[in-house]
Ligand binder design. Structure first.
Ligand code: HAM
Length: 420
């Protein structure tokens, strides 16, 4: 019997060599921006103790309630594949005493996250985030700064039609009065809410505002607005963030019902949307979470951050046109004499800094040129008996078809210079 063909798990994707240049480009742009804003890179584990996420993200959230990849390891400990980075970074920040530097700590992380969601366009079970967090600074300028940073990364990558939705969740002290108002409002509309929102009503009515079902959205649209229930100080802090965004000419829309899907937010919460994403239109989201370090056992610590969804980001990158690699050559060796020396030339040119491919099987000119064309190389270097005799190869620029003789010992240097 023929063995079963094993395919990838639903909702997870391979990222193939033809696609990785876009991923590398996005990461390079993000790393450059993080560097300019004073962030250092952190690397966190793929899995953590389940209770870190349960406590950090909140029991009443969809993520903790039904989307975590949780398993028992061989010693019976409950572990979970990270559904986001913030809780892990808070744990690492405490565990390694990054708070003891007495200064603001700025870290970023790029890597995969895992959520058991219903897969669809722009929504996966393994997806990647570009995440950053700032600890130890409560000034609203820090919120404006990270929003400007996210905006800068997305703009530098050529995304268009960006929109910023922003809200304030106020101080934790503002919350009880608002929850009371929400409860009173939703109590009159329970028959119009979905089953999940029935549970949310009991556990945390704030979560109803995050439900995407049309019926619940319609009810939520007329619910009390957070902004009307926050203290004067919270409102002033929020206004300061908005003013700084105006200064940076970052257009924004205050969405008084934006609460985001994680429980830890206080004060500023935001999402960046982009044209062309359809229903899953948030390419980035974040906000301030001044209570999370304390929830996870540390001292009160102001903190703020965001995450960009990489799959959504990559799907929006503009086409780059001809993307042949100017440092890549395909060596077309013709005839026995050249074929025998091809290995040595390829090694020599690689040591000089070129990326080199060649045809081990010594096929004919036409077949090798076809391979050269498909390889993404910018140059084909043709060497046969005549070229060996003349001491110069024919170097053909595959972008414009121009061909020139180049002495063997000058090949890598001339190509690296752009072959003028
Ligand atoms: P989040 O809104 O859950 O926030 O995720 C941030 C971004 O990750 C989303 O805007 C989206 O682009 C992407 N994303 C989320 N889930 C999926 C999925 N299933 N498939 C594809 N992309 C997805 C957080 O994770 C917070 N930790 C952000 C943060 C950092 N807040 C403060 N610091």
């Amino acid at each position: 019997m023929k063995p079963e063909t094993i395919r990838a798990v639903r909702g997870v994707q391979d990222i193939l060599p033809a696609q990785t240049p876009a991923w590398q480009h996005a990461e390079a742009v993000a790393r450059g921006a993080f560097h300019r804003y004073g962030f250092g890179e952190i690397k966190i584990p793929v899995f953590e103790k389940t209770r870190l996420f349960a406590r950090g993200i909140g029991e009443s959230t969809d993520i903790v309630h039904k989307e975590m990849y949780t398993f028992e390891d061989r010693s019976g400990d409950s572990l979970t594949l990270r559904p986001e980075a913030t809780a892990s970074i808070v744990r690492a920040y405490r565990e390694h005493h990054l708070d003891k530097t007495g200064d603001v700590t700025k870290v970023y992380f790029i890597g995969p996250m895992f959520r058991y969601e219903r897969p669809q366009a722009g929504r996966f079970r393994q997806f990647h985030q570009i995440d950053c967090e700032v600890f130890g600074a409560s000034h609203p300028a820090v919120d404006a700064e990270i929003i400007a940073l996210a905006w800068e990364i997305l703009s530098a990558l050529g995304l268009t039609g960006l929109g910023l939705e922003i809200n304030t969740l106020g101080d934790p002290g503002d919350r009880p009065a608002y929850l009371k108002a929400l409860r009173a409002y939703f109590a009159d509309h329970l028959d119009r809410l979905c089953e999940d929102c029935d549970r949310r009503f009991q556990e945390n009515p704030l979560r109803i505002l995050d439900c995407k079902k049309p019926g619940c959205l319609a009810v939520a649209a007329a619910s009390p607005a957070l902004l009307d229930h926050v203290s004067r100080a919270s409102r002033e802090t929020f206004e300061k963030v908005l003013r700084l965004l105006d200064e940076e000419k970052i257009p924004h829309r205050v969405n008084p019902r934006l609460v985001r899907g994680l429980d830890y937010y206080t004060h500023t919460a935001f999402e960046i949307t982009a044209e062309g994403l359809g229903a899953q239109n948030a390419v980035a989201g974040g906000g301030r979470y001044d209570g999370l370090v304390e929830t996870l056992g540390g001292p009160p610590t102001p903190a703020t951050g965001f995450a960009i969804g990489m799959e959504r980001l990559i799907s929006l990158l503009p086409e780059t046109g001809d993307d042949r690699d100017g440092r890549k050559v395909f060596l077309v060796a013709l005839g026995e004499g050249a074929s025998e020396r091809a290995f040595g030339w390829a090694q020599q040119w690689r040591r000089a800094g070129l990326s080199v491919l060649w045809d081990f099987d010594g096929r004919g000119l036409k077949a090798q040129m076809k391979k050269a064309d498909r390889s993404g190389a910018a140059f084909a270097v043709l060497i046969g008996e005549d070229e060996i005799e003349a001491g110069a190869a024919r170097v053909r620029d595959l972008r414009d078809g121009v061909q020139r003789p180049v002495p063997f010992d000058e090949i890598p240097a001339r190509i690296l210079e752009g072959l003028s």
